[in-house]
Design a protein around this ligand. Structure first.
Ligand code: SAM
Length: 511
């Protein structure tokens, strides 16, 4: 028996011990909880239906009203009083289905008697939810099929339910490994198109796969890492907290949460469970939920050496304020003052909220304004400037389950033009000897290295000399575990290597 066959058999044996929600059968009994459920079987089934219904409604909102899943689902769960394990099930079902939609559509295309483009969208969404339960969540197959058919009957009608039943039964005939081989072979029958294979197996648009390969190579890593990177995009990110220095200690946050040090940024902790919104330090604004990469690039800006005064800092694109809150806490420790700028008024309010626990003498102003104008309005006025530029977010695909299907290459042209203007403005706003951190949560070369190259050249043409600093020793100073990449002065983080979003950082000094 091959390893895959054995794994498949073990998985199926394990599946047989799981209930309709994918929980281990007998687990409750083992934990002494047997017999405690007072709900009648019918109402227990309704609770499962509620979670599936919430996941379905989220998918419909994402498709029908261009909504963001992570903004739709949490309020829906609160409204319908879906909590605990049911909420966890609904979240994994909705987000996992959206992330892996490309993979599941390829499977469904083979299992369906009808071409998928002739299947009504609501029915297709039900099928995708069924496929994720069968192939991504290890819900017992009979339960995944029957509960999803029930959902189809309730939401889209009896005829559609029969179709869903037939298709999902075919999906259930094979384990995931068999389907992955089949869809890869269908996408790349000649065995020559690695991008087409990875795109369908790891569920990313082909243009994103190509861009990620270029970004890996362009940032000094191997193209061989591509599969691991794409696979990491398909996993739910760990919940990371920041203990804002001077406001709360890492030890105090660890004590309140049981969270463990994340490993790179000294301010970062990883939660193993629970709701961060329940943590007293988070409620008080002393700590926050923040990706470790975001913490690291902010700490690096503050650790970069500047000659002379170090009193006035600018966050040019501050909303919703995660990095501004960390900068503000660090500014308070240094005796510096922060100006936080953001173009969208509703996001300015979020910045104010994020900064609520930062001592007021460390926050000069939170303002609404176009960052592109700051350089001409306040030339050579700041000692440190952060440009956390609006970007495609291709480095945070784990967090935004639907975004990979929404983004198009055309977004790059618009965003990279804006990024160039914002970086040019930051260079004009920093004083000679001061430092600019250019940051994106995208590793796309058109948003990172090319923007920096163009901005440095444009500044030189305008008579402003700028040097690119070697960011590696600066990052290593704040994060001793950091391993620099040979030949690169900028820093590119990766989910499959560092467990962070794929954040980019270039440090520049105005000469
Ligand atoms: C990547 S987000 C910044 C995230 C933020 N630094 C944080 O850590 O919470 C980019 C922000 O830039 C803002 N933005 C877009 N265009 C801008 C402009 N012309 N001037 C200033 N901010 C802008 C967006 O509204 C968005 O809030």
């Amino acid at each position: 028996m091959s390893g895959d066959e054995r794994r498949g058999r073990d998985d199926r044996a394990q599946d047989a011990r799981r209930d309709a929600r994918g929980r281990q059968r007998g687990e409750a009994r083992a934990q002494g909880r047997a017999g405690r459920t007072t709900a009648a079987p019918a109402s227990r089934a309704r609770a499962g239906d509620a979670a599936r219904g919430a996941a379905y409604d989220t998918l419909r909102a994402v498709e029908g009203s261009d909504a963001y899943a992570n903004l739709v689902l949490p309020p829906l769960l609160r409204e319908r009083r879906i909590a605990g394990r049911d909420a966890g099930f609904a979240t994994e079902l909705a987000y996992g289905t959206l992330r892996l939609q490309g993979r599941y559509d390829a499977v469904l295309a083979q299992a369906s008697s009808r071409p998928l483009d002739q299947v009504d969208r609501p029915v297709l969404d039900v099928l995708r939810l069924g496929a994720h339960q069968l192939l991504g969540m290890r819900v017992a197959p009979h339960a995944a099929v029957s509960e999803t058919v029930g959902l189809a009957r309730e939401r889209v009608g009896a005829g559609a339910a029969q179709f869903v039943n037939a298709v999902l039964r075919r999906v259930a005939e094979h384990p995931l490994e068999v389907w992955l081989t089949r869809i890869a072979d269908a996408a790349d029958p000649g065995g020559e198109d690695a991008v087409a294979r990875l795109a369908v197996v790891e569920s990313h648009p082909a243009w994103v796969v190509r861009a990620m390969r270029e970004s890996l190579v362009g940032s000094g890593r191997s193209a061989d890492e591509l599969g691991a990177l794409l696979a990491a995009d398909n996993l739910a990110p760990r919940v990371t907290l920041v203990a804002r220095p001077g406001l709360v200690s890492v030890d105090d946050v660890a004590e309140q949460t049981g969270a463990q040090p994340a490993g790179l940024a000294p301010t970062a902790l990883v939660m193993s469970g629970g709701d961060p919104g329940d943590v007293p330090a988070v409620r008080a604004g002393l700590a926050g939920v923040q990706d470790e990469g975001s913490q690291l690039v902010t700490l690096a800006l503050v650790a970069a050496p500047v000659a002379g005064a170090d009193e006035r800092w600018l966050d040019l694109c501050a909303g919703p304020g995660g990095k501004a809150a960390l900068l503000g806490a660090l500014a308070a420790q240094r005796g510096a003052r922060l100006v936080a700028n953001e173009v969208q008024p509703h996001r300015v309010r979020l910045v104010e909220q994020a900064l609520r626990a930062v001592p007021s003498d460390a926050v000069e102003e939170v303002r609404t304004g176009d960052g592109r104008r700051v350089g001409e309005q306040e030339p050579a006025s700041y000692d440190r400037v952060l440009v956390d530029a609006p970007c495609t977010g291709l480095g945070a695909l784990r967090r935004r389950p639907e975004s990979r299907w929404r983004r198009t290459p055309a977004d790059l042209a618009t965003l990279s033009a804006l990024q160039r203007e914002l970086l040019a403005s930051a260079i004009a706003a920093v004083r000679p000897g001061g430092v600019v951190a250019y940051v994106t949560c995208s590793p796309h070369l058109a948003e990172t290295q090319l923007v920096v190259l163009d901005a440095v050249r444009a500044a030189a043409r305008a008579g402003t000399a700028v040097e690119v600093l070697d960011a590696a020793p600066v990052v290593a100073q704040v994060a001793p575990a950091w391993e620099p990449v040979a030949g690169r002065q900028d820093v590119q983080l990766w989910p499959h290597v560092h467990g962070t979003d794929a954040m980019h950082l270039t440090l520049l000094r105005r000469v």
